[in-house]
Design a protein around this ligand. Structure first.
Ligand code: ADP
Length: 486
């Protein structure tokens, strides 16, 4: 890993790289190398205000907000091509930033981001307005208009992809964007902003400000010129952003917060081994650092032993290894500190009398941010860990006897992001799916997600939807133009 070079950690404002006016930086410590891979500009409130000023002025100027749909589409398609052309570089930066295996960054994160850019670029000239029925002598047009300056605050588990989920529809609709990526994993967002300039996006339309959430993020949220705020991250921060936004001024909010998703495996499932393999994927993929991870696995008692046996085998496939090795299926957690928290949750389960298989902490190279996939069995069903988002490679398996009981356990976490159901009965699939409180219910698969379907949650998982045409609701308003002509 001696060939790891440092990345440019300066922010992107007005189409150029700039440091904080104070000169302050924070180190981006790679969980792969254990060393700093970038000195990120640490923006204070003045730096952020400056970025928002530019974004607001760009919006007012119309250089992007009133550009033709064809121009916006062509620019975003060029951006997609440029990112695609630099796929290897993006994948490597993503892996070094947050520890995911490079094979996944290459197969999922980067192509997913490129596809998202293309999808919204192609969408923008296909969304038509409405002409509602109005009294004779009048015609009303209802059109979708961009909101203005969109603040986007994003997490570290899919640094590029989730940033693009926000940026692509926001830009396609004509907004200006100020993005604050997670402090630990900002590099690919900065690279994206460089690519946007190369693609011909006017300066100040996409800005990336870096620094700690409590300073840089807070300053962004407190700027009363933000017309919309879109966020993905923890429920605690989402709640704070609602309060801070309310104190600052009315604006559109879309908040994708935490989750604690259940996977219900019924005894009438067609293929127990397939269900177990997919369940392991749902719990351990991306080191379990997925807001919709299916980390509570509810298995009907008749098939519990057979399921656990198959699950145990599947879990071994997520044993962490060098994230830069293309053969690795699991990598490092985002930081040693985060791994400490995951380890503490595993210890807590053990102390509560659970049987824990796996879950050992590992050191690879200079970093101890690695944890073996953990299976938690026999944890009392009312234990707080069953409703607590661990955000690591930890799955709890609980038996149930009846459909009612499974639905009750699945719905009690307080979150409402995702759920999965495995059954060979179409009637049961509909019955159970209809009663699960979740933005997405996957039947006979886990954690289904696609560009064309909305992603987001209910209850403590937040509101607003990423992906699909519905994401435009976060970044556009409906405008009525009423013409009286008779
Ligand atoms: P996680 O626990 O997954 O890191 P957070 O909610 O803490 O989730 O972080 C998600 C994003 O929110 C990050 O970009 C982080 O910097 C940002 N953030 C955290 N606190 C604040 C805050 N007070 N104001 C604005 N942004 C914040």
């Amino acid at each position: 890993m001696s060939d790891v070079v440092g990345y440019d950690g300066r922010a992107v404002v007005g189409g150029v790289r700039i440091g904080a006016r104070s000169g302050a930086t924070i180190s981006a410590i790679s969980p792969v190398t254990g060393t700093s891979i970038a000195e990120l500009a640490s923006f204070d409130a003045d730096d952020v205000r400056n970025a928002v000023s530019g974004a607001a002025a760009a919006f007012e100027s119309g250089v992007w907000s009133r550009a033709s749909a064809d121009d916006r589409k062509a620019t975003l398609l060029r951006l997609a091509d440029i990112v695609e052309g630099r796929s290897d570089e993006f994948a490597r930066a993503e892996t070094l930033s947050m520890g995911k295996p490079i094979a996944e960054a290459n197969a999922v994160d980067i192509p997913g981001s490129v596809a998202t850019l293309r999808w919204y670029a192609e969408l923008i000239d296909k969304v038509a307005g409405e002409i509602p029925v109005t009294p004779p002598g009048s015609t009303a047009l209802v059109s979708r208009v961009p909101l203005g300056v969109v603040g986007a605050i994003t997490p570290w588990n899919y640094p590029l992809e989730i940033a693009v989920w926000k940026i692509a529809p926001a830009l396609a609709a004509g907004n200006s964007v100020v993005l604050k990526p997670a402090e630990t994993s900002s590099i690919t967002a900065l690279m994206l902003a460089d690519c946007a300039i190369e693609a011909g996006l006017p300066a100040h339309v996409l800005n990336v400000v870096t620094g700690p959430g409590s300073v840089t993020g807070e300053a962004l949220v407190r700027d009363d010129r933000l017309d919309a705020l879109t966020f993905t991250g923890s429920t605690a921060t989402a709640k704070h952003l609602m309060v801070a936004s309310g104190e600052t001024g009315l604006r559109r909010l879309s908040l994708e917060a935490g989750g604690k998703s259940a996977n219900l495996v019924f005894a009438d499932v067609d293929d127990i081994v397939l269900a177990a393999e997919k369940a392991a994927f749902g719990a351990y993929y991306n080191q379990g650092e997925v807001c919709s991870a299916n980390s509570t696995i509810l298995v009907q008692r008749e098939i519990l032993d057979a399921f656990v046996e198959a699950f145990r085998t599947a879990a071994l496939g997520y044993t962490p290894a060098d994230p830069l090795d293309p053969a690795s299926a699991a990598g490092a957690l985002v930081s040693e500190r985060h791994a400490d928290g995951v380890e503490a949750a595993i210890d807590e389960a053990r102390a509560a009398g659970a049987r824990v298989e796996g879950g050992a902490r590992r050191t690879l190279g200079n970093s101890s941010a690695y944890i073996d996939p953990a299976i938690i069995l026999d944890l009392p069903s009312d234990h707080r860990l069953h409703s607590h988002e661990i955000f690591g490679p930890v799955a709890a398996i609980l038996p149930f006897d009846t459909e009612e009981e499974a639905i009750r356990i699945a719905n009690r976490s307080g979150y409402g992001l995702a759920a999965s159901v495995w059954t060979g009965s179409v009637a049961r699939a509909h019955r159970v799916a209809g009663r699960l409180t979740a933005g997405t219910v996957s039947v006979n698969t886990v954690d289904a997600i696609g560009l064309t379907t909305p992603f987001g949650g209910f209850k403590q998982s937040g509101f607003g939807r990423d992906l699909s045409v519905h994401a435009l609701d976060n970044y556009t308003g409906l405008k009525t133009t009423w013409i009286q002509h008779g």
